[in-house]
Design a protein around this ligand. Structure first.
Ligand code: NAP
Length: 307
């Protein structure tokens, strides 16, 4: 193809999740130091999978850097359901604990849904208990999942969401479904694709905003992306010891308007949003303890209103 004289092919803007997350954490650090006390996050870790150990270490490190208290509650991989449930009930009742996160996945003999649902909605900083999921669905004030919140921040760092056509590939409770609901709450027109969707490219090619959360490298190639689209790659898969996303980054960056790298895109935002949720949980508990007028509000209030 002859490229007309003077026409410059523009590669996509690379969205620097690490930098954006750092900016958010710097702001949180100031807010937390002004509180005069340390919000406390308890992390429940079962077993010792290397991936979970790494994620938990990052979360505890962030607590330390931001002036929050991070408490690790460890169990052997063989822990019984009842033992875990007792601990969650104990943490729910402990007024010195503002936030609870159960590191997933849990071993297969544990009913994961029952455990995450047991976490007190006011302390549920992963936003996975049924009450918080319902609040997200209904668009009322609650704690929402961290990775989807981070994805919204990344998109808003490069463009507006309202009125755009957003396509989400993946429909998990952790990422796909909540990010689709958040984008809908921000007035995008949202399509959700999954493993049974026929001709995924026909959908993704029309997306102004494309979020991919599948966990399979190269799910999205250049021919599946609209020119100038904002592409958020959530996937993380280890290939030959290297972390790769779901999007063929090198090819797609020549088409997209903006794109997140893996690593350095969505990952750092998840930790920043967790810290923001811990502070939000702390504030909601203080408000409620003070008989705050907003506790239990039925008004439509979206994400930014929480912070
Ligand atoms: P998940 O629970 O395994 O869900 C994967 C989704 O992808 C499912 O909805 C599945 O569809 C869909 N899917 C599978 N194959 C597909 C295909 N060929 N075409 C279209 N859709 C397909 O995974 P997840 O928890 O959502 O995580 C997704 C990825 O994000 C993983 O790589 C995970 O490691 C990563 N992640 C990263 C972060 C971070 O902070 N960076 C956080 C969370 C997750 P069905 O529903 O039809 O099966």
């Amino acid at each position: 193809m002859r490229i007309p004289k003077g026409l410059v092919l523009m590669a996509a803007k690379i969205i620097d999740g690490k930098k954006i997350a750092q900016g958010i954490q710097d702001g949180l650090k100031k807010e937390i130091s002004a509180l005069g006390e340390k919000p406390c996050l308890a992390i429940v870790l079962v077993g010792n999978s290397p991936a979970s150990e790494t994620y938990v270490a990052k979360k505890l490190q962030a607590c330390k850097e931001l002036g929050m208290e991070g408490v690790l509650v460890r169990f052997d991989a063989g822990v019984k359901q009842a033992e875990l449930e007792n601990k969650i009930n104990e943490l729910n009742a402990d007024s010195s604990v503002n936030a609870i996160l159960v590191q997933l996945p849990l071993p297969s003999h544990i009913n994961e849904q029952e455990i995450v649902t047991l976490v007190d909605a006011k302390k549920d900083v992963d936003g996975l208990c049924l009450l918080n999921e319902g609040k997200l669905f209904a668009g009322i004030r609650g704690l929402y999942p961290c990775t989807p919140l981070g994805i919204v921040e990344l998109i808003e760092s490069v463009g507006k969401i309202e009125g755009k056509h957003a396509v989400v590939v993946g429909r998990s409770n952790l990422v796909g479904k909540p990010v689709a609901l958040l984008l809908l709450a921000k007035n995008a027109t949202v399509s959700i694709c999954h493993s049974r969707t026929k001709n995924i490219g026909e959908h993704t090619k029309n997306a102004d905003i494309l979020v991919v959360a599948v966990g399979k490298p190269k799910t999205i190639g250049a021919a599946m992306v609209k020119k100038g689209a904002i592409v958020i790659d959530v996937g993380t898969t280890k290939v030959d010891g290297k972390l790769v996303g779901d999007v063929d980054f090198e090819a797609v960056k020549e088409i997209a308007g903006a794109i997140t790298p893996v690593p350095g895109g969505v990952g750092p935002m998840t930790v920043a949003m967790l810290a923001r949720n811990v502070l939000a949980a702390y504030r909601m508990q203080k408000e409620e303890a003070a008989g705050g007028k907003r506790a239990g509000s039925k008004k439509k209030e979206y994400v930014e209103d929480l912070q």
